[in-house]
Design a protein around this ligand. Structure first.
Ligand code: ADP
Length: 179
């Protein structure tokens, strides 16, 4: 498929991801799945404490979630069906670009395994974890394109839902370069 056709499946928007009516929203989680700040806290506040409880059960079973990996829980009171919790890199820990790519790719792959059609991402790692916002935009969009190009998938729509003007600006700018 041509990149321009793939880009039609990708949407850049400004907003609160907890309001997104997609099959799954992605949480920018930490390895302990302790949803204590940033988008993770917003997700638990809007969706319910059950999301934290289910996350705690996962940690009990598998231990920590390594950077670049993703797990899935139900979404309870959120308008989406599932929350995919992925762990992006902390800026400065090394190999951040590859780890961020892996976190996004594995989130898409998990959505694909669940036969989902739509997924929304925040700017993973670019808040508390300190990843530069412009590079985050490029890696997230490039990874979505790569995935949609190479995997025959149920996913028809990938939304990047950005919370602030600055982050939205970087995503919009990079997306526009590609069209
Ligand atoms: P990380 O620890 O991976 O950096 P953060 O939650 O601190 O994760 O931030 C990731 C991004 O999510 C930041 O750009 C932050 O502004 C954004 N964010 C925070 N709350 C929301 C929300 N409700 N919807 C969408 N994005 C959000």
């Amino acid at each position: 498929m041509h990149v321009k056709e793939i880009l039609q499946k990708i949407t850049i928007k400004k907003g609160d991801i907890t309001k997104e009516q997609v099959d799954a929203i992605v949480n920018a989680a930490n390895s302990h799945l302790r949803h204590g700040g940033g988008v993770a806290l917003a997700i638990v506040k809007a969706g319910g404490v059950e999301i934290q409880r289910e996350s705690d059960e996962i940690i009990k079973k598998i231990g920590m979630v390594p950077t670049g990996h993703a797990v899935i829980t139900n979404a309870y009171r959120l308008p989406c069906k599932f929350v995919i919790h992925t762990v992006g890199p902390v800026y400065g820990e090394g190999n951040e670009d590859e780890k961020l790519h892996k976190a996004i790719y594995n989130s898409l792959y998990l959505a694909h395994l669940y036969n989902l059609k739509s997924i929304a991402f925040p700017a993973v790692s670019s808040g508390i974890f300190g990843f530069p916002k412009d590079r985050c935009a490029k890696i997230l969009i490039d990874t979505a394109i790569e995935f949609l190009e190479n995997i025959q998938t149920s996913i028809e729509k990938v939304v990047f839902c950005l919370f602030d003007d600055e982050t939205y600006g970087y995503f919009e700018e990079y997306y526009r370069k590609l069209i």
